[in-house]
Design a binder for this molecule. Structure first.
Ligand code: HEM
Length: 210
C-alpha cells in the first residue's frame, strides 16, 4: 500500500495565506461568482487533501496499534468510533483561522470584533481535561468525539462524505488485511495541514483462519 501526497509548502497567495492548501477552486471563489460570501474575509478550502490525509493517518494508526485493528476486525460496529478516534488523535486540519464578527471573552481574555483568531482544533483534540491519556489511540474510548471538522455555523459540510469514504475503506481493509507494517513514512511539511506526505505499508493478507 502506498500513499504519496502532494504537500510541499508553497508561497502563500493572499487569498490562501491563513488556510490549508486545497485541490482547486475555493468555495470563496465560487461564492464570489454567485454573489454570495461565505464568511467575512475568509476563503474556505475543501476537501481532497484533508480526506487523503485522514485516510493515510488512520492506516498508520492501525499499523502502530495492531490490537486496535484486531478489535475493529472482530466488531465492525467500531468503525464509526475508529474514524472519530483517528481524526481526534491525528487531526488533518490542526488549526483554522477566522475573523470575529462580534466581541468575545474566553477565560477572561477579551477579543474584539474584527480580530483574527486561530482555532486550535488539534490541540483541543488532545486536551487531557477532556480525553484521559490523550495521545493513546483507543477505538473503545467513549464518547468518541473530536473537533476535527470544526464546530458551529461553518462546520465542515463534507463530514458525511469524508466519513463515508473512510468507513468504506476500513470495511474493505478489514475484509482483506490481517496486519499492516509500516515500511517507510515521511511527515508532511505544511503550515495548515497535518499528516504524512508518504506512507508505505506492507500488508499481511487475511487467510482462511483470519
Ligand atoms: C477528513 C476530511 C476532512 C476534514 C478533517 C475537514 C476539516 C474541515 C475543517 C476543520 C473546516 C473548518 C471548519 C471551521 O471553520 O470551524 C472545514 C471546512 C470546510 N470543509 Fe472540510 N474537512 C474534510 C473533508 C471535506 C470534504 C470531503 C469536503 C467537501 C466535499 C469538505 C468541504 C469543506 C468546506 C466547503 C468547508 C468550509 C465551510 C464553511 O466555511 O462554511 N471538507 N473542513
Amino acid at each position: 500500500m502506498r500513499s504519496r501526497h502532494r504537500g510541499a509548502p508553497g508561497a502563500a497567495s493572499p487569498d490562501r495565506r491563513d488556510h490549508p492548501r486545497d485541490c482547486g477552486t475555493t468555495a470563496r471563489q465560487a461564492a464570489d461568482k454567485s454573489g454570495q460570501r461565505t464568511s467575512r474575509g475568509n476563503d474556505v478550502t475543501p476537501s481532497l487533501d484533508t480526506t487523503i490525509l485522514a485516510i493515510t493517518n488512520v492506516v498508520a494508526l492501525f499499523a502502530e496499534n495492531l490490537d486496535q485493528w484486531d478489535l475493529l476486525r472482530a466488531d465492525r460496529s467500531l468503525i464509526p468510533h475508529a474514524i472519530n478516534e483517528s481524526l481526534r488523535v491525528e487531526c488533518p486540519v490542526p488549526q483554522f483561522s477566522r475573523v470575529l464578527t462580534e466581541d468575545h471573552e474566553i477565560d477572561g481574555v477579551p477579543s474584539a470584533v474584527g480580530s483574527r483568531v486561530a482555532l486550535l482544533y488539534g490541540s483541543a483534540n488532545r486536551d487531557e481535561r477532556q480525553y484521559p491519556d490523550p495521545a493513546r489511540f483507543d477505538i473503545t474510548r467513549r464518547p468518541s468525539d473530536h473537533l476535527a471538522f470544526g464546530r458551529g455555523e461553518h462546520v465542515c459540510p463534507g463530514i458525511h462524505l469524508a466519513r463515508l469514504e473512510i468507513g468504506v475503506l476500513l470495511e474493505r481493509l478489514a475484509d482483506h488485511v490481517a496486519r499492516f507494517e509500516i515500511q517507510e513514512s515521511r511527515p508532511l511539511l505544511n503550515k495548515g495541514l497535518r499528516g504524512l506526505e508518504y506512507l508505505e505499508a506492507a500488508i499481511q493478507p487475511v487467510t482462511g483462519t483470519g
